[in-house]
Design a protein around this ligand. Structure first.
Ligand SMILES: [Fe+2]
Length: 334
């Protein structure tokens, strides 16, 4: 049975995500406001799950789906570049965007993709308290109690969203199975192969990548090159081979928003994949001495002098926001 988006739900949301209609914002501001909307939703969900919270998830998923129509490259870049220490749930947004893009490529219907984005937004709803109070700050290994809570969060998460009124099997199964692995090594039920729903296979792949490129207290952040390689090595054994192929095709070798070093010594950010996908367009932002360039210089990395030498960690540089804001087209606020 389909979970229905109530007509009145837009009126009940008075936050930034719903009050900036008919205006355009940078992709960074768009991500910030969606993140705040998600945080507010989680805060309410943790008090008492009900249909209003599920409506908010559907509303946010709808916004993500619409934004991906024309702005997926800019959104992926803004999510990749986000290093704000208080933005804890960028992973859920990034996985949701990737679910939408993978779902399109594999022929899922729009309504099914919407539910899959919702599953991404609610996948870890049963461990929000643990995540907020501990995991984001803890550098020591997990305790046995924390491991137990993590092991059961997929099935506990399903119960929470069922209690809130979700009836869609696609959404519920994806949440419950997003840590299952093809070879039976996953949790909570050690499902294998076709026992795992197709939605869960997509979410597992999107979430694996998103988790690797986002920092968490007990594990470091990986640059996209390393994360893509790790996801690739999981294909067949743990993750669905076709889904991994589609994900890597979407991200390319150099995902949007990745910092790279060029052959001429400059450093910059991948603005978009090139027409020949191994050769992205890069906005050079720092010269070979690390000094900020005036404005951004777009480099064609198919040219030998501007070839990408390597991906690098996001450097800590002041005053780049104004330049970055101009790299991707503005996006409707809602
Ligand atoms: Fe999870």
């Amino acid at each position: 049975m389909m979970t229905v988006l109530p007509k009145a739900q837009k009126n009940e949301t008075t936050d930034r995500a719903s009050t900036t209609q008919n205006t355009e914002v940078s992709v960074f501001d768009w991500v910030d406001s969606r993140h705040q909307f998600l945080v507010d939703t989680y805060d309410r969900l943790m008090i008492e799950p009900n249909r209003k919270h599920i409506s908010r998830c559907l509303y946010l998923a709808d916004q993500i789906q619409k934004a991906c129509n024309d702005h997926s490259v800019g959104i992926l870049a803004a999510l990749q570049l986000n290093r704000h220490p208080k933005h804890r749930y960028i992973k859920e947004l990034l996985a949701g965007v990737l679910c939408e893009l993978i779902g399109r490529e594999v022929g899922m219907s729009s309504s099914s993709r919407l539910l899959l984005i919702c599953a991404s937004l609610t996948q870890d709803v049963a461990m929000l308290d643990l995540q907020e109070s501990t995991l984001d700050r803890q550098s020591s290994p997990l305790t046995d109690g924390q491991r137990r809570q993590i092991q059961k969060h997929p099935s506990a998460g399903r119960k929470i969203i069922e209690q809130a009124g979700v009836k869609d099997a696609l959404w519920l199964d994806a949440v419950e199975q997003h840590h299952e692995r093809l070879n039976g090594s996953g949790y909570p039920n050690r499902l294998k192969q076709e026992e795992i729903s197709s939605g869960a296979k997509i979410l597992a792949c999107a979430d694996s990548y998103a988790a690797m490129v986002r920092p968490r207290g007990d594990r470091g952040v990986k640059i996209p090159k390393v994360a893509i390689k790790e996801v690739y090595l999981m294909r067949g054994d743990a993750l669905d081979t076709e889904v991994v192929r589609v994900l890597i095709n979407i991200l390319g070798i150099h995902p949007p928003g990745t910092w790279v070093k060029l052959a001429n010594g400059e450093q910059g950010v991948v603005r978009e994949p090139g027409e020949d996908r191994p050769f992205p367009r890069v906005a050079a932002l720092l010269d070979c001495d690390g000094n900020t360039l005036l404005g951004s210089q777009i480099r064609d990395t198919a040219i030998k002098d501007c070839a990408v030498l390597d991906m690098i960690d996001t450097p800590f540089v002041f005053n780049l926001a104004a330049v970055l804001n101009k790299l991707w087209p503005k996006i409707p606020a809602s």
